[in-house]
Design a protein around this ligand. Structure first.
Ligand code: PMV
Length: 359
C-alpha cells in the first residue's frame, strides 16, 4: 500500500454530531526505532510488545460547524483544559488532514486521560496518538460504512504514525513490527503489522514491570533524539544492525530461546543509549539508579538463572521483562532489590496486551 491508498473518496453526508471513545495501550520496543526520514518514515525497522495496563483513553465529540476554513478543537487532559498539548495536536491534525478531509467540517472536543500517573516519565505519546487516531478513523467509519476492519486498523496505525512514530505499534497486539524489512514481505514504513511468523507460547504472556527511576520530563525529546541520528557517525551501521537483530529474533520467537532473547533485547537497549552518548550534542539519559538496576539484574540472573532482563526507552526508567513462569520470583526480586532505586518506590506491573479497544 502507498500513502495514496489512505486518501478517502469525497464524503457524501456528514452527521451533525457524535462522540467516539477508544482506549489504546502503550508499547515497548524490543528492536528500537531511532532515526527517521521525512514524513515520519523510520530509518530502520522495529518490533514491540504491546502493553496492557499502561494506556490512554480518549473521547472525541464532534459538532458540525459553519466556518470550514480552519481546524478547531478543545483539549481536556484528565478533566482539565490543557493548552500546552494543543500545538502538538494541531500539527498532527495538519499532517493528517488530507487523509481525513472532514476535519475542518467539525469542532472537536478531545478528552483524554492516562491509566498511568501523570509525569511518571512514561511516554504517553504512543498510546495518546494511537487513541486519538482510532477515534478519528471511527468518525470516518460513521461517514463511510464500507471501511473494513482490516483497513480501519491499518489507517489508524498509518495516522498514529504521523503523530508519533512508535504510536503506529499501539493499535493491535501482541507483537507488532513496523518498518520495511526484507524478512517480512508485508512489512511497511507506513504502518505497523502483526508479526506474521510463529511465536513460541513463552512470549504470549510476557511481563513488563516498569521501574520509575526518574519521573521528570525527558532530558531529550524523541524528535530531537531522532534528529541526532542525521549526521551520526554510527548511524548506518546501527540501522543495519536493527535488520540483523530482527533476523535473529525470528529464530528466537520460534524456539523460545530466552538466553538469545535476552542478549538481543539488552543489546538493543544499550545501543539506543550508546547512540545518544555518541551523537553531537551528546547525552547520558541513564541515572545512577538505572545502572544500579541493570547491574543487579545481571547479578540476580547469573546467581539464580531466572531469565529476567531489561530494556530501556529514551530515558532513565527501566522495563524489566520476564516470562509468566518466573513471575513470583521476579516480583520478589523487584520488591527486595530494585524498588529502592525507584523514585518514591514507584513501579508499574504491566504485561503483554491485545491492543486497543473501542469503549
Ligand atoms: O515514537 P517516538 O518518536 O516518540 O520514538 C520513540 C522511540 C523509542 O521509544 C526510543 C524506541 C521505540 O521504538 O519505541
Amino acid at each position: 500500500m502507498t500513502e495514496k491508498d489512505f486518501l478517502p473518496n469525497p464524503y457524501t453526508n456528514l452527521p451533525a454530531k457524535g462522540k467516539v471513545t477508544w482506549k489504546a495501550p502503550s508499547n515497548i520496543a524490543l528492536v528500537k526505532y531511532w532515526g527517521k526520514k521525512a514524513n515520519q518514515i523510520p530509518a530502520n525497522p522495529s518490533i514491540s510488545f504491546t502493553l496492557d495496563a499502561c494506556a490512554t483513553t480518549t473521547s472525541v465529540s464532534y459538532t458540525k460547524k459553519e466556518d470550514i476554513s480552519q481546524l478547531s478543537f478543545d483539549l481536556f487532559f484528565e478533566g482539565k483544559p490543557k493548552e500546552d498539548f494543543k500545538p502538538k495536536i494541531l500539527t498532527f491534525f495538519e499532517r493528517i488532514e488530507a487523509y481525513l478531509p472532514f476535519l475542518k467540517a467539525y469542532h472537536f472536543k478531545i478528552e483524554t486521560s492516562n491509566s498511568f500517573p501523570h509525569s511518571s516519565g512514561i511516554a504517553s505519546s504512543a498510546s495518546g496518538m494511537a487513541a486519538l487516531a482510532l477515534c478519528l478513523v471511527e468518525i470516518e467509519r460513521t461517514i463511510n460504512r464500507d471501511i473494513t476492519d482490516t483497513f480501519f486498523k491499518k489507517k489508524a496505525s498509518f495516522l498514529a504514525r504521523l503523530g508519533s512514530g512508535s504510536a503506529c505499534r499501539s493499535i493491535e497486539g501482541d507483537l507488532i513490527q513496523w518498518g520495511e524489512y526484507a524478512g517480512i514481505s508485508e512489512s511497511s514504513n507506513l504502518y505497523g503489522i502483526n508479526y506474521p511468523f510463529e511465536v513460541n507460547a513463552i512470549f504470549k504472556n510476557f511481563h513488563d514491570s516498569i521501574l520509575l527511576v526518574h519521573k521528570g520530563q525527558k532530558q531529550v525529546s524523541s524528535s530531537l533524539g531522532h534528529d541526532l541520528m542525521h549526521d551520526h557517525p554510527y548511524a548506518e551501521r546501527r540501522f543495519t544492525q536493527a535488520h540483523e537483530n530482527l533476523d535473529k529474533l525470528k529464530k528466537v520467537f520460534e524456539s523460545g530461546n530466552l538466553d538469545d532473547f535476552i542478549k538481543i533485547v539488552e543489546s538493543e537497549a544499550l545501543t539506543l543509549h550508546a547512540m545518544m552518548m555518541t551523537s553531537m550534542p551528546y547525552f547520558v539519559l541513564m541515572k545512577p539508579d538505572t545502572l544500579e538496576i541493570i547491574n543487579k539484574i545481571w547479578a540476580f540472573r547469573e546467581a539464580t538463572k531466572v531469565p529476567i532482563c531489561f530494556t530501556l526507552d529514551a530515558g532513565a526508567n527501566v522495563h524489566v521483562l520476564y516470562p509468566e513462569s518466573v513471575k513470583e520470583k521476579a516480583i520478589q526480586f523487584i520488591q527486595d532489590e530494585l524498588v529502592v532505586h525507584c523514585e518514591n518506590g514507584h513501579y508499574i506491573c504491566d504485561k503483554i496486551g491485545q491492543g486497543a479497544m473501542s469503549k
